[in-house]
Design a protein around this ligand. Structure first.
Ligand code: GLC
Length: 463
């Protein structure tokens, strides 16, 4: 009998391990394909929308707040909760938002399911502190967005905050920000808070997000850094959480802000100096705030956004650009106009961005004008930010004989530009007028049979 039990349990354990291995393999294959798709997508829309959109960045005469207003303005929890009764975004139109992302040339959308304030912008069965149960609006905007994303072929992704200033079992003691806000998130912090209970809540909510909203491209966690001095995997039941995500949606990516299970990095508000040794996505605001701030008119212009996108792509990354809708559910006109302009540029020049790889190392090949490079097999894209008056683009370090043809991407006939190749220098003769005020793209078609980069220790110095 004892033997039978042992054999049965061995067989069971074996099949469990087999199952885990199969699941891990399935995830690896799905992830490889998804990473390729992620690189193809390159440009996404970040949406910060929640109860904080209602005060619109202003509290008791101070105007520099946004999604952190509950904490930064020290709003008593009851007063903050009361925003819910007034939150009625009747102008919300999922179709309009997704259409705008589409018009901007974006391929995915990451929307706040729950930010640090703990208010859920979707219908969660694990709390009543959500948009369906607690507001007069009663609709689930995440569901509407998810459906619309499928219709318009935009990938739907969700932001989920690990930090929760509202949940009574989110213990303040693990948070780095408690130093800045010593009285606690809630005004009254719970000294007996049990993180296990909170970890279960988080896992349950992630499960419903991955179950009720179709395919989710990314779980964009935030705030896991609060736990950075602790073993986050242990504290947050991390392995189980990640295993569950991989099981429910093997191709769903996890960003690096949970603190484990990361598929890619998320530099915030800045573009790295060069390529990184991981896949990455730069997230950035369109003005100075993530959530809606009615006083913030400090918009980046379309030129800046295009050049940022290109700069990020030239380093191999994605660009996730934020919009902050109003409490009525409207995307501010300014953001919409900028995004549409960027989309116009992408319509003509998208080939040089979507699915491109980082440009060749500038240590070997140097583009001697303000700009940068991206590439695809057999093609090098020169992104020229300021068009030289002498009508010559000069490059160093290229094997000139490799060049087959050079043309402006904006020119539908792909008419060849004249060029001279001397050893490792390339001179391209360009027309007087730049095709774009933001970034004019020149395509250098190459003979694929030879390596692109000169393997030279000493760069050629032109006299
Ligand atoms: C920071 C902010 C947070 C915002 C996020 C977006 O972590 O604290 O409010 O959502 O950046 O990257």
């Amino acid at each position: 009998m004892q033997r039978i039990v042992t054999i049965v349990s061995l067989v069971l354990a074996g099949s469990l391990i087999g199952c885990k291995v199969a699941q891990a393999e399935q995830h690896q294959a799905a992830k490889a394909a998804r990473m390729e798709q992620f690189n193809q997508q390159k440009f996404g829309m970040f949406i910060h929308w929640g109860l904080y959109s209602l005060p619109a960045g202003e509290w008791k005469g101070k105007t520099n707040y946004a999604e952190w207003i509950m904490l930064q303005a020290d709003i008593p929890v009851k007063e903050y909760e009361a925003f819910a009764a007034r939150f009625n975004p009747v102008a919300f139109d999922a179709k309009a938002w997704v259409s705008l992302a589409k018009a901007a040339g974006m391929n995915y959308l990451v929307v706040t399911a729950k930010h640090h304030d703990g208010f859920c912008m979707y219908d969660s069965k694990y709390t009543d502190y959500d948009i369906v149960d607690a507001t007069p609006f009663k609709r689930d905007p995440l569901r509407e967005l998810a459906i619309e994303c499928v219709k318009q072929d935009i990938q739907f992704c969700v932001y989920y905050s690990v930090v929760d200033w509202h949940h009574p079992e989110f213990p303040q003691k693990y948070s780095q920000i408690r130093k800045e806000y010593p009285t606690g998130y809630h005004g009254v912090s719970n000294p007996h808070a049990n993180l296990d209970v909170y970890a279960k809540y988080m896992k349950d909510q992630v499960e419903e997000l991955l179950t009720n909203y179709g395919e989710v491209g990314i779980l964009w966690f935030d705030g896991g850094g609060s736990f950075r001095n602790y073993d986050r995997k242990k504290l947050l039941d991390g392995q189980n959480l990640v295993d569950m995500i991989h099981r429910l949606q093997p191709s769903c990516l996890i960003n690096n802000r949970l603190g484990f299970g990361a598929d890619y990095g998320t530099p915030e508000q800045q573009i790295p100096e060069g390529t990184l040794n991981t896949a990455f996505e730069v997230c950035m605001t369109l003005n100075k705030h993530w959530g809606y701030n009615k006083n913030d008119r400090d918009w980046k212009d379309a030129r800046t956004i295009v050049q940022n996108l290109v700069d990020v792509a030239s380093k191999g990354g994605n660009y996730l650009l934020n919009v902050g809708p109003t409490a009525e559910g409207i995307l501010p006109d300014e953001s919409a106009n900028i995004l549409k302009e960027v989309g116009q540029w992408l319509k003509i020049n998208g080939e040089s961005i979507y699915g491109s790889e980082s440009g060749p190392s500038q240590a070997n090949i140097r583009l001697k004008v303000e700009g940068c490079m991206t590439q695809k097999p057999g093609k090098l894209y020169l992104h020229v930010f300021s068009w030289p008056e002498n009508q010559i683009i000069f490059m160093e370090g290229m094997k000139g004989k490799r060049v087959k043809k050079i043309y402006l991407l904006a020119n539908p006939t792909k008419t060849s530009l004249k060029f001279d190749a001397h050893e490792r220098s390339l001179f391209i003769h360009i027309p007087q007028t730049a095709p774009s005020q933001y970034d004019s793209v020149i395509v250098v078609e190459l003979d694929k049979s030879e390596p692109l980069e000169e393997n030279t220790e000493e760069p050629l110095v032109m006299g």
